[in-house]
Design a protein around this ligand. Structure first.
Ligand code: ADP
Length: 505
């Protein structure tokens, strides 16, 4: 890697590209050495070999496709035959240069996009962001670890007493030093933002055996198999000899897997011990993730026998009860379906009740300011909903409620809005106002359908453009009822789900 000369002028003239979040996380792991022996994104031959037989072309075991995919238009700006015209600058989410890639290979990934690979060189000062002191690379960590066995654990959830007891037990059993790796490449499985997860894990520090804690930019990709293999690789790179993990079948990289023992709380003396050693009448089992989420949603303090109070406080701060947590409510439906009318009714009820602050991001109002200038092409519609989703998630990040009523005809746009809300630690509810086209057209409140039929406007949703009816709506309203009844249905749902205080109306 060091043999690659990268003159300043080459860098200055190079095109820049921001990879997708998962690729950026992979990039960081490649640059830090956490994916050793890999030093760059997979080349064509390696990728084919990994896909076929779970090994790199040279025979090294490696099962996860770590790839970088870019739009085809960008590869056309590069000249792979010319070393000074084939460098691509990879930038992080804030557009700061993170690495230079000397693109020596490019081949088709899917229609419209290409895989690329080549030597990587870090640019800039390395990882940024909160808890940087914990974001150590594998070499730095290995230097700090004591000689001997190292018990690794990925803490993608806060450590409650059962996990703490399991860790202490496993560390004693193998007589090893503990290395806690916190995946901070994206929100945790329960939607905790990475910083909140780090805070919650640190809150348990005084109850941990002697240990080292690092933050690793790993993210779940939804492909459990790929994830498990990469997690093992990363653990091995960090010097772990024994991994505490429930995923037995997936050992690799010479790592031993230590299965967590099933523990139970013994109310006679407050100890956690092997489940079978605790008589049923004094036994309490660890809460499931669902039970924990439910207690948090309802604002019930996590019980002290299960969670150290400092951890419980930290978790509650990032997962406040639903009645205080931010929420995005997205109304979707055809023009004239009644989105604005119903959303306005809900907004008024919230203003009257006074228990929540709410912002109404009405479709037409948004188009006059936030999305002024956008038309109704697919690209413009996507941008419109992306802007609304972004603003709504920011409102919700700060505990507010955002009521949005764009048409939002495409599933992907609605799914993005949901993801943004969740990443902001907020809830998301999709309300489908399923008024049939004939009814909307008959109402024709804004005269748009008449114009569409007369050919004066094109791109009218339902007439020329598709409306992808949601299959994931929390609430579906048809036109059977009155406006008041529809508003009431939404309010009752929000109350029943804990987003509004009961008994306020
Ligand atoms: P959108 O925001 O979906 O384009 P609007 O709320 O602007 O739709 O318009 C819907 C029209 O339909 C309003 O004039 C509203 O009074 C009328 N309407 C009649 N019945 C209903 C109902 N049950 N729910 C919602 N709106 C209704």
């Amino acid at each position: 890697m060091n043999g690659w000369v990268l003159p300043e002028e080459v860098l200055r003239g190079a095109p820049a590209y921001t990879p997708r979040p998962r690729e950026l996380a992979d990039l960081e792991l490649l640059l830090s050495g956490a994916y050793a022996p890999l030093t760059g994104f997979l080349g064509r031959e390696d990728l084919a070999s990994v896909t076929r037989r779970g090994r790199l072309a040279d025979g090294t075991q490696w099962s996860a496709p770590v790839t970088l995919e870019i739009p085809i238009g960008l590869t056309e700006q590069l000249d792979l035959a010319n070393p000074i015209r084939r460098v691509l600058v990879l930038t992080d989410a804030e557009a700061a240069p993170a690495a230079a890639l000397d693109v020596t290979e490019a081949w088709e990934a899917r229609a419209g996009s290409m895989y690329i690979s080549g030597q990587l060189r870090r640019l800039g000062e390395g990882p940024r962001g909160p808890f940087r002191k914990l974001r150590l690379g594998p070499a730095e960590v290995r230097d700090q670890l004591p000689q001997g066995r190292v018990l690794g654990v990925f803490a993608d959830r806060p450590l409650h007493r059962p996990q703490l007891a399991q860790l202490a037990h496993a560390a004693r059993t193998i007589a090893g030093h503990v290395l806690i790796m916190i995946p901070v490449g994206g929100p945790g499985p329960d939607g905790l933002p990475p910083e909140a997860l780090v805070r919650a894990v640190l809150a348990a520090r005084d109850r941990l055996p002697s240990c080292t804690i690092v933050a690793v930019p790993l993210a779940k990709t939804g492909d459990d198999f790929r994830d498990a293999l990469l997690y093992n690789r990363v653990a091995a790179a960090y010097g772990v000899t024994h991994l505490l993990s429930g995923a037995t079948a997936l050992t690799s990289g010479g790592l031993r897997v230590v299965l967590p023992r099933e523990l139970a709380y013994d109310s006679r003396d407050g100890q956690w011990r092997s489940r079978d050693d605790v008589p049923p009448h004094t036994r309490r089992l660890a809460l499931t993730n669902e039970e924990i989420a439910d207690l948090l949603d309802r604002g019930v303090t996590l019980p002290e026998w299960h969670t150290p109070p400092a951890v419980a406080r930290e978790v509650r701060r990032s997962r406040p009860p639903r009645r205080e947590r931010g929420l995005v409510v997205l109304f979707t439906g055809l023009s004239g379906a009644g989105k604005s009318t119903i959303a306005r009714g809900v907004h008024e009820a919230l203003l009257e009740g006074g228990e929540r602050s709410a912002s109404l991001l009405d479709g037409d109002v948004v188009r006059r300011l936030l999305s002024k200038g956008l038309g109704f092409s697919r690209a413009d519609r996507d941008l419109n909903i992306a802007r609304i989703g972004y603003v709504a998630a920011e409102v919700a990040r700060h505990g507010g409620m955002a009521l949005c009523c764009p048409i939002a005809p495409y599933h992907s746009g609605r799914a993005d809005a949901r993801r943004l809300a969740h990443e902001a630690g907020a809830g998301f509810i999709l309300v489908h106002i399923a008024t049939p086209l004939e009814v909307c057209e008959h109402r024709d409140r804004k005269g748009l359908y008449a114009k569409a039929r007369a050919g004066e406007i094109t791109n009218m949703t339902g007439v020329h453009d598709p409306y992808e009816a949601p299959t994931d709506a929390e609430i579906t309203l048809d036109t059977a009822g009155t406006v008041d009844e529809a508003v009431q249905t939404v309010l009752e749902y929000l109350t029943a789900e804990g987003w509004l205080e009961p008994g306020r109306r």
